[in-house]
Write a protein of this length. Sequence first.
Length: 256
Amino acid sequence: MCLILIAYKVSSDYPLVIAANRDEFYQRPTAGMHFWEKRPEILAGKDLKQNGTWFAVHRTRGFAALTNHRNPDAINPDAPSRGDIILDCLESGEDGNAFFTRFEDRAARYNGFNLLAGDRRNLFWFSNVKNRVEKIKPGIHGLSNAFLNTPWPKVVSGKTALERVMTGKPTPEALFSILADRSVPPDRLLPRTGIGLEWERRLAPLFIQSDIYGTRSSTVMLVDQTGKTEITERTYSPENPLDYEDRRCQLPGNPF
């Protein structure tokens, strides 16, 4: 993912609400959200180049999602794929805190990333750049390609929009509407991450469009007080983002 918006223990109806965008090069082969044949407990999309994922739900162990940390000067081309980290986390059977603590020793092998993992009861964030784990407090949070709640324009506007939605009962369409925002903030508000002003502008909106790179899919997840989980993945056509396909899944009686 490149943007994850979180409403955690804000709503009495849905203690966990996630709205997230995955941005990627259009040519990178991808499979949409499905239960994996060789990992039938995992519901996720798949990066067909590295066989990892960016957002996954386990039938009984919660969810995990990952964003890259943007720093072009620190990229190691020989580092292992970050898409495997989500699978390791969910299949470990440990809660986020225990997994992250054990994972710290080998986290430095990967290029910079943020990992969000947990369930409606406990939610954790780990950054291998800061090399620390934090238990997330109830509230509205945002994560892009820096750190949790770093005030990049897309994070600030996304959190504000999510807070408005959470004053009522959230719906998938209301969350997708947030993620579809193509507004470009003024240059003075853009981060400076070493990619040049032109690309900072292209990557600044919540929903990204360019000739070669953009928002490939959006995912919304609502978990109610009983653990019932509703997930929708919306996959966009690179030629026309208004043309999309939805995949929906409900996990009734899920204990997480």
